[in-house]
Design a protein. Structure first.
Ligand code: GLU
Length: 444
C-alpha cells in the first residue's frame, strides 16, 4: 500500500464519524500523490504525513451562559490548533448549530494549506461552538461570547493563536470577544482580527474574502482568455463573503442575479440591488426573502436549488458540501463555465471531479477564499507596527496576494503535469511550504 493510502486509512480509523475531515484529508492527499511518491522514503522516515494530519492540539470546553428568560444554557466550545510550522495558529471561529469537533478539524486542516498559500507567516487553526446566534438578543450573544472567551483566552495570544470571524461571527461578536479578552488579560494586543476600525481593525477586512474571491476569479479568467464583463453570476449565501463578492463582481462588469440564505434563494434577472441586501442582512439581520417585498420583479424560491438558475459563473459562498454532483451537472448543462469557491469546501468531491473532468475553470476554496485570512494577517502586521494603512494600500496588497496565489497554484499544477488543475496546484503549493518548515524543525 502506498504511504498516502496508509495514512488515509489511518485517518479514517482513528477519527471515526468525522466525514468532513476524512473528505478534506482525502482531497489533499490524493492531489499530493506525485509529490509524496517522489519523496516517500524521506517523508515516511520523518512520519511527515502522520504529523500533517494530526492537529497539534485540540482544546474543548464548556460554555455556560444565561439566556433572557434567566435559564442556564450550555454549549460546547472548541479551538483546534492544527499546525504552527510557519506561524501562529490563525483561523476563524464559527458559531453554528452544525459545529462539532470533526467539522472544525476539517476546517483547521484546510486552513493550514490556505494560510500557507497566502505567502504570509500564519499557521492554521479553527474554532467555534454549536451556539446558534440566529434569533438571539444582543445581550445573549454578549453573554455567550464573554463565557466563550473566558476559557479561550488561556490558549490564545498575538504571537500564539489569533482567531477571527467565520460563519456566525462578525463585527458584533469580535467586539464582545475582544472586550472580554482585554478585561481578563489586561493586554491590548492583536489577538483577534476583524476588529472594528476604531480599535485596531484593518480597512478592507470586511470586504476581503469576497473581493479576493473575485480578484482570483478574474485572474483565472484572464489567463484563459476570458473576462467578467457582462457575465451572469450566481452566488450562494448572503453573508459577508457573498455580499462583497457580489459587490466586486458588479464593479468588474458582471451581473449578479441570485443570492440565498438557509431558507431559500432570490432571483433578480435585472441584477441584485446590493444596498438593499446590505440593509436586510447587515442592519436588520433579516431573511433574504425580504428582498422581494421591495423588488417586486424578483422571485424568492424556498429551499435549495439556487444552482438551477442559468449563469456563466457560479460562486458558492455559503457552506461545506452545498453543491453536489447533480448541481454541477445542471450548472454545466445551463452554460456555466467557471466556478470559484468563496466558502470552505462547498463542492462535494464528486462535484469537484466533474468540474475538472469537464474542463470547467475551477478555483478551490483553499486558494479562492484566502483573501480573508490574508487580510487578517495584514491586520496583524498593522497591529504590531501600531499603524493603520489606507483602504487603497490594503486593497492593493490583497489584490497582489490573490494574483500570487493564482500564479502559485497554476505553476505547481504545471510543474506536476496537470496544467489547469488548480485543486492539485493549490494543494501542492500550500503543502510544500508547510512541509519544508516541518522538516527543518525536526520531529515536533
Ligand atoms: N474564517 C475565514 C477563513 O475561513 C477567515 C479566518 C481569519 O481571518 O483568520 O479563512
Amino acid at each position: 500500500m502506498s504511504y498516502v493510502d496508509e495514512v488515509y486509512d489511518r485517518v479514517v480509523k482513528q477519527n471515526p464519524g468525522e466525514a468532513e475531515f476524512h473528505q478534506a484529508v482525502k482531497e489533499v492527499l490524493d492531489s499530493l500523490r506525485l509529490v509524496i511518491d517522489a519523496n516517500e522514503e524521506k517523508y515516511r522516515k520523518m512520519g511527515l504525513l502522520e504529523r500533517v494530519v494530526e492537529p497539534e492540539r485540540i482544546i474543548s470546553f464548556r460554555v455556560p451562559w444565561v439566556d433572557d428568560q434567566g435559564n442556564v444554557q450550555v454549549n460546547k466550545g472548541y479551538r483546534v490548533q492544527f499546525n504552527s510550522a510557519i506561524g501562529p495558529y490563525k483561523g476563524g471561529l464559527r458559531l453554528h448549530p452544525s459545529v462539532n469537533q470533526g467539522i472544525l478539524k476539517f476546517l483547521g486542516f484546510e486552513q493550514v494549506f490556505k494560510n500557507s498559500l497566502t505567502g504570509l507567516p500564519i499557521g492554521g487553526g479553527k474554532g467555534g461552538s454549536n451556539f446558534d446566534p440566529k434569533g438571539k438578543s444582543d445581550r445573549e450573544v454578549m453573554a455567550f461570547c464573554q463565557s466563550f472567551m473566558t476559557e479561550l483566552s488561556k490558549y490564545i495570544g498575538a504571537d500564539q493563536d489569533v482567531p477571527a470571524g467565520d460563519i456566525g461571527v462578525g463585527a458584533r461578536e469580535i467586539g464582545f470577544l475582544y472586550g472580554q479578552y482585554k478585561r481578563l488579560t489586561g493586554l491590548y494586543e492583536g489577538v483577534l482580527t476583524g476588529k472594528g476600525l476604531n480599535y485596531g481593525g484593518s480597512l478592507v477586512r470586511t470586504q476581503a474574502t469576497g473581493y479576493g474571491l473575485v480578484y482570483i476569479l478574474d485572474e483565472m479568467l484572464k489567463h484563459n482568455g476570458k473576462d467578467l464583463k457582462g457575465k451572469s453570476v450566481v452566488i450562494s449565501g448572503s453573508g459577508n463573503v457573498a455580499i462583497y463578492a457580489a459587490e466586486k463582481a458588479e464593479q468588474l462588469g458582471a451581473v449578479v442575479v441570485a443570492l440565498s440564505d438557509s431558507s431559500g434563494y432570490i432571483y433578480d434577472k435585472d441584477g441584485i440591488n446590493l444596498d438593499l441586501v446590505k440593509e436586510i442582512k447587515e442592519v436588520r439581520r433579516g431573511r433574504i426573502k425580504e428582498y422581494t417585498d421591495v423588488v417586486k420583479t424578483a422571485v424568492f424560491t424556498e429551499g435549495k436549488g439556487i444552482w438551477t438558475i442559468p449563469c456563466d459563473i457560479a460562486l458558492p459562498c455559503a457552506t461545506q458540501n452545498e453543491l453536489d454532483l447533480e448541481d454541477a451537472k445542471t450548472l454545466k448543462k445551463n452554460g456555466c463555465f467557471a466556478v470559484a469557491e468563496g466558502a470552505n469546501m462547498p463542492s462535494t468531491r464528486e462535484a469537484t471531479d466533474f468540474f475538472l473532468d469537464n474542463e470547467m475553470y475551477f478555483m478551490p476554496g483553499k486558494a479562492a477564499n484566502a483573501g480573508g485570512v490574508a487580510t487578517s494577517a495584514l491586520e496583524m502586521s498593522q497591529n504590531s507596527q501600531r499603524l493603520s494603512w489606507t483602504f487603497e494600500e490594503v486593497d492593493e496588497k490583497l489584490h497582489q496576494i490573490m494574483v500570487n496565489i493564482y500564479q502559485k497554484a497554476a505553476d505547481a499544477a504545471e510543474r506536476y503535469g496537470v496544467k489547469g488543475n488548480y485543486v492539485a496546484g493549490a494543494n501542492i503549493a500550500g503543502f510544500e511550504k508547510v512541509v519544508d518548515a516541518m522538516m527543518a524543525q525536526g520531529i515536533v
